[in-house]
Design a protein around this ligand. Structure first.
Ligand code: PEP
Ligand code: MG
Length: 850
């Protein structure tokens, strides 16, 4: 950081010099580490952040004294050295010190052409980067018969003064220009956007280049001990070999790979001894500097010198591999390896991703609701998606919004785009559960299901069957097919996850509704199912019909008959879930949505229903209308259905208990189901449902002769349930905060419609973030704290969790851990992110020391 009045000018980099990342920047510190390892580094001087700031203010250092450190005829380079290389900085300037006299002297040693090339390069860089002259005349000078003379003349012309011949003056100007570039407004904004603090400082390193200009065979290059794309351990890099003869002829160097490539030139084959020496240096750096570095080197008369070392830039996949390999080689600890991987970055490994290098023709943008990439043909209805899948043609389902009846189409699609919706709208929740890429709230497109067209904001028309790519990670859809990167759930990923589980101290479960989801949850090592939304089991066509019969039943007997047909289906689902989870807890939420969600919304669908139920169309229409509500999300749903139509819950509870008996007998271990009541707002609701559940449990115990156990819990999704958590907990062994509905009700903000204005709200700073995406810790969070305190006061052992979509985000995991919750539950694909986030928290703030 900059220190006012800090004026230490410059420091020669020696093993003992006082150089730190926070005063001289990462590059300077890294060079000192190389020096300390005894590696050959040309003489280098570091300028501190304070000194560079002074230069920008017009108080330059004593450059003549600085130059004296580089001997009689200095030729030097200046490179930026900020605290974090990702913050950017001015470009390096090479060959400072070149002038007429030095060119002539050099020509004697390396030939006129070679000396001219170096001089011309410096004049051009100095003119364009330092004196900020128009580059054109200098580009033209290259074509002239005597390019150096032409460039010098151009300089005189453009700058109204001769090209500076004095090396001290050249260096002065270079330092000033680099220091000022760093302090400029655009550079500051750019680095702040990359996470730099407002007062981030810039250091500079001045390095001797004279060696590189000597006679004999030489070259330059970069070496790494990994493949930066995959993270695989192997020597990679580039060598630009430049023999004396090539120099004399003014030829560019010969480019070759470092490690041997069959049939091609390589440094390993051409100069095996130097190659061996360089690999040794690179391995030493890896072991002692504890990271994968890219070493920049020059070769002078068969001797390699290291000019620079920077951390190899890498994607998330390579980062995991590198961290695990470093830990397995004993260079870093597993704990350090965990901390070197950002939890959110794992999303890149879990899904197929659009190749970041691929060309992008963006056709629409929206909220990035579920990560990953997929290409397919456009379809506009769930039915078309299913038809496409049956022909094995990948498709992208585009809807204004999705409804439960679209679920089979969503299963059939490779990606989903909706015009409306936000982070917790139906499409977003389902897509995350299925691991499908999804964009919601793509409000600037117009979709016509009738015409089967999608018209983009710039007027392009896409039709059914057109090929598009969904990039759910970035929230963009692209025209055509785009190159993809496959998921990387390999051994290294699993090793890292194993280390995370060994240190974390909060439970992570998965939200899983179907056996497929449960298998996914199991694969990601979730510690159980934290939320099984049972209604999702009713959307299979065969079941949907029975469900509809139940809804249309005229009397109790008919309703009971329909429910009795649903019962074995539900029981089989639960047996399967218990089996897959192998004794891990399974929390089953009783039926939650309003019944009308199971009925068709258009005339065509109603006709079909009338046919299958053998009823007049008018009866069906009347019935559908009678179930319609002005605010269905605040209407007859959740426990309200359980209280008013208790037979539905009775059927589900019996199915759970029958499955408990069956699964316990099959597996030989006691299954203890967890049953959760949704949308509670009053104690009495819980009492009413509980007494029926208790009675059913007693009946099944007697019938089966098995004294099974079960746990009853309440989903806290209404502000009132949070406020009255004390009395509610008296009848609940666990409380699970459903932060989707709780956010909706706390803000009075529809989770299905908020996408329309969320962008405006966030950009105007009304909300810091979309509260459906990031838990609102101040408001909704206060309800969580209040509810948990009140519940614990009455029932100290009550188990607490969050099962809304927020559960998988690192900040929610942190909030829940700090509040002493027992676990979070999230979509299976977010389980690894949550596991790693929990590990980070345990490592950074061990419990009891917070
Ligand atoms: C919730 O409301 O947070 C929740 C998990 O339930 P759903 O999303 O099914 O309403
Ligand atoms: Mg809910």
């Amino acid at each position: 950081m900059l220190k006012a009045g800090d004026r230490d000018d410059f420091t020669l980099i020696t093993p003992e010099a006082e150089i730190s990342e926070s005063s001289h920047g990462g590059r300077a510190k890294c060079l000192q580490r190389l020096v300390r390892l005894g590696l050959p580094v040309p003489r280098t001087v570091a300028l501190s952040f304070g000194a560079v700031h002074e230069i920008a203010e017009g108080r330059g250092p004593d450059t003549a004294r600085l130059l004296a450190a580089f001997g009689e005829a200095p030729v030097i380079s200046v490179r930026p050295s900020s605290e974090d290389p990702d913050w950017g900085g001015p470009g390096a300037i090479l060959h400072i010190g070149m002038n007429d006299a030095r060119r002539d002297a050099l020509a004697e040693r390396i030939g006129r052409k070679a000396a001219d090339r170096l001089y011309l390069r410096f004049i051009t860089t100095f003119a364009c980067e330092v004196a900020r002259l128009d580059p054109e005349p200098f580009e033209e000078a290259i074509e002239a018969a005597d390019p150096v003379a032409a460039a010098l003349a151009a300089y005189l012309d453009e700058a109204d003064e001769p090209f500076p011949q004095n090396p001290a003056r050249q260096l002065d100007e270079v330092l000033r220009s680099m220091a000022r570039a760093w302090e400029g407004v655009s550079a500051r904004l750019l680095r702040q956007a990359r996470g730099a603090p407002v007062d981030a400082g810039l250091g500079l390193v001045v390095q001797d280049m004279a060696h590189g200009l000597g006679p004999g065979e030489s070259g330059s290059g970069r070496i790494r001990t990994i493949d930066p794309l995959t993270g695989e351990r192997r020597v990679t890099g580039l060598y630009k070999r430049k023999s004396m003869e090539m120099r004399a002829l003014g030829l560019a160097g010969e480019r070759m790979a470092l490690a041997a490539v069959p049939g091609e030139a390589s440094m390993e084959a051409t100069a095996p001894a130097i190659y061996g020496e360089l690999v040794g240096m690179a391995e030493l750096c890896r072991a002692r500097l504890r990271d994968e570095l890219e070493l920049k080197f020059i070769v002078v008369e068969d001797r390699p010198l290291l000019l620079d070392a920077v951390r190899v830039p890498r994607g998330a996949r390579a980062n995991v591999k590198i961290a695990v390999a470093l830990a397995q080689d004993g260079i870093i600890t597993p704990e350090e390896a965990l901390l070197r991987v950002e939890p959110q970055s794992l999303a890149e490994l879990l899904h197929t991703q659009v190749d970041p290098e691929a060309e992008r023709d963006v056709i629409l943008r929206g909220i990035a609701a579920s990560p990953g990439g997929a290409t397919g043909r456009l379809v506009f209805t769930a039915r078309a998606a299913q038809a496409s899948a049956s022909h094995e043609i990948p498709c992208i389902l585009v809807r204004r919004e999705t409804k439960p009846e679209d679920i089979r189409g969503m299963h059939a699609a490779q990606g989903i785009v909706t015009e409306r919706g936000g982070m917790t709208s139906h499409a977003a929740v389902i897509a995350r559960g299925l691991g499908l890429p999804c964009i919601v709230g793509a409000g600037r497109v117009s979709i016509s299901v009738r015409k089967k067209t999608l018209v983009t904001a710039d007027g392009r028309v896409f039709r059914e069957g057109d090929l598009v790519t969904v990039d759910g990670t970035r929230g963009e859809a692209l025209c055509g097919a785009v190159a993809m990167l496959e998921p990387a759930l390999d051994r290294d990923f699993n090793t890292l996850m194993g280390w995370a589980d060994a240190v974390r101290d909060i439970g992570i479960r998965a939200n899983a509704d179907t056996p497929d989801d449960a298998r996914m949850a199991h694969m990601f090592n979730a510690e159980g199912i934290g939320l099984c939304r049972t209604e999702h089991m009713f959307f299979e066509p065969a079941r949907l019909n029975v469900m509809r019969e139940m809804i249309f039943a005229d009397d109790e007997t008919d309703r009971q008959a329909a429910l009795e047909r649903l019962l074995p289906m539900q029981r089989d689902d639960f047996v399967e879930l218990f089996r897959i989870m192998g004794g891990a807890p399974v929390c089953i939420r009783l039926f939650d949505p309003p019944l009308h969600e199971f009925l068709p919304s258009d005339r065509e669908g109603m006709m079909g229903l009338a046919e299958s139920l053998d009823l007049p169309l008018s009866d069906v229409i009347r019935r559908v209308e009678s179930l319609a509500e002005f605010n269905p999300m605040l209407g007859m749903r959740g426990v309200r259905l359980g209280v008013t139509v208790p037979e539905i819950y009775d059927m589900q509870v019996r199915a759970i208990f029958d499955a408990t008996v069956e699964a316990s007998r099959q597996a030989g271990v006691a299954v203890v189901p967890e049953i959760m009541i949704p949308l509670v707002s009053a104690r009495r609701e819980v009492e009413l449902v509980k007494s029926r559940i208790d009675a059913l449990a007693a009946a099944v115990r007697v019938e089966s002769g098995l004294a099974f156990d079960y746990r009853l819990g309440v989903m806290v999704e209404t502000p009132r349930a949070a406020l009255r958590a004390g009395e509610i907990a008296a009848n609940a062994a666990f409380l699970s905060f459903g932060t989707n509905d709780l956010t909706q009700m706390t803000y009075g903000l529809s989770r299905d419609d908020a996408g329309r204005f969320m962008g405006t709200y966030v950009s105007n700073g009304v909300f810091h973030e979309d509260p459906f995406h990031t838990l609102d810790q101040e408001g909704v969070g206060e309800l969580l704290l209040l509810g948990s305190e009140r519940a614990r006061a009455v029932r100290p052992g009550v188990v607490l969790s969050v099962c809304g979509e927020h559960g998988g985000s690192p900040d929610t995991v942190e909030f829940c851990r700090n509040a002493g919750f027992d676990y979070v539950s999230c979509s299976p694909f977010r389980v690894p992110v949550a596991r790693l986030a929990a590990a980070h928290l345990a490592l950074k703030a061990p419990k009891g020391k917070t």
